[in-house]
Design a binder for this molecule. Structure first.
Ligand SMILES: [Zn+2]
Length: 361
């Protein structure tokens, strides 16, 4: 039985730098965010014997994240990451990133920048651990998300655009910058989505469809499926389909891209507006390696899909609706064949956006 994987090194996917110091987040040679290399040369006879793909740490902080359900909608499957403790998949990453901070036991304040969901997760897990969270957010953050951050005990700093918030956070030296865009523990926290999906579906999905902004989720999926293959319990990995919002695509022209009714800059996909993406080359590699592609979704299609999801009882946030829009497109254009298993990730909860539901009622 594998309870946790043993982390061996941090490694730079760009220049090959590696170190046994597992507390370094960025390459000292070239600046690329690092990845953790775990020992996958372990004998394991079946996936049922893999309990988690998380790296071993001395302490873990949990609010009950993970083990989210998969439900069927039409011919396709949806993994409901909106049902995590604070309503987004980021709870998995925040849980492990704060676990790492607590295991180091030398920081009383953590710093993050976020359009909302990652900040809310970090605020919750930090508060639970008795650590102060300082979160830099764009000035047009939805009011509900702003209040959630404050209610969870975070110091919230409004900082212009999404990119301004990122720049301000990385230059704040009062505490440890645990930013999900560079922190390798965030990615490690995502990997169990791959493990759970194969166990729940009883097979490897043909396609996994997921929104992409900073890339923690798609990279966590990619790494999770790859590690399961290295452990010898999977033969193939799914094709990874990245979905982005119109006007904010960082993958366009870097991988095979299809634009779906993309005419003007998205006003609705507020969680997908990051344009500085330090791991962009890693994301491109993951998509190419799995023979995936990128779909860019316009707001009209986003809204149609959001309405369909809510009418089916699925309380997704607007940025998650691009997943379902992409899944519909893949079926309608026969890019996905009968018999292919398609799994989409519903990344966040629409219950944080009650004020925006006027658009779909
Ligand atoms: Zn490097």
């Amino acid at each position: 039985m594998i309870q946790y994987l043993k982390p061996i090194l941090v490694k730079c996917p760009r220049c090959g730098f590696s170190s046994s110091d597992l507390n370094i987040f960025e390459c000292p040679r070239c600046g690329e965010p690092l990845l953790i290399i775990n020992n996958t040369e372990v004998k394991v006879s079946s996936i049922a014997k893999v309990r988690s793909l998380k790296p071993y740490l001395t302490k873990y902080v949990s609010l009950g994240e993970g083990l989210t359900p998969i439900i069927k909608l039409g011919s396709d499957f949806l993994k409901l990451e909106n049902l995590n403790p604070t309503g987004s998949f980021k709870d998995r990453g925040a849980s492990l990133a704060i676990s790492h901070v607590v295991s180091m036991s030398k920081y009383g304040i953590v710093i993050e920048d976020s359009s909302g969901n990652a900040g809310i997760s970090v605020a919750a897990y930090a508060s639970y651990s008795g650590i102060k969270a300082r979160i830099y957010v764009p000035s047009d953050i939805p009011r509900g998300k702003y209040l959630l951050l404050r209610a969870l005990g975070a110091d919230v700093i409004l900082a212009g655009t999404r990119n301004d918030a990122h720049k301000a956070a990385i230059s704040d030296k009062d505490g440890l910058y645990i930013g999900h865009v560079i922190n390798p523990y965030f990615i490690e926290g995502m990997k169990d989505i791959a493990l759970e999906a194969v166990k729940q579906l009883g097979t490897v999905p043909s396609y996994v469809v997921t929104p992409v902004a900073s890339g923690t989720l798609i990279l966590g999926l990619w790494k999770g499926f790859k590690e399961l293959r290295e452990l010898g319990v999977l033969e193939k990995v799914p094709r990874l389909i990245a979905v982005q919002a119109c006007g904010y695509s960082t993958l366009k022209d870097k991988v095979e891209t299809i634009e779906v009714k993309c005419t003007e800059k998205s006003r609705l996909a507020d969680a997908l507006r990051l344009t500085i993406v330090p791991r962009i080359n890693q994301i491109v590699n993951a998509i190419k390696e799995t023979e995936g592609l990128c779909l860019i979704i316009g707001d009209d299609e986003l809204l149609n899909s959001l309405r369909t999801l809510w009418r089916a009882g699925i309380t997704a946030e607007p940025s998650s609706a691009v997943t379902y829009a992409a899944m519909r497109y893949l079926r309608e254009c026969s890019l996905v064949k009968n018999g292919d298993i398609v799994l989409g990730i519903i990344t966040g909860s629409g219950l944080k956006y009650v004020d925006r539901l006027e658009l779909i009622v």
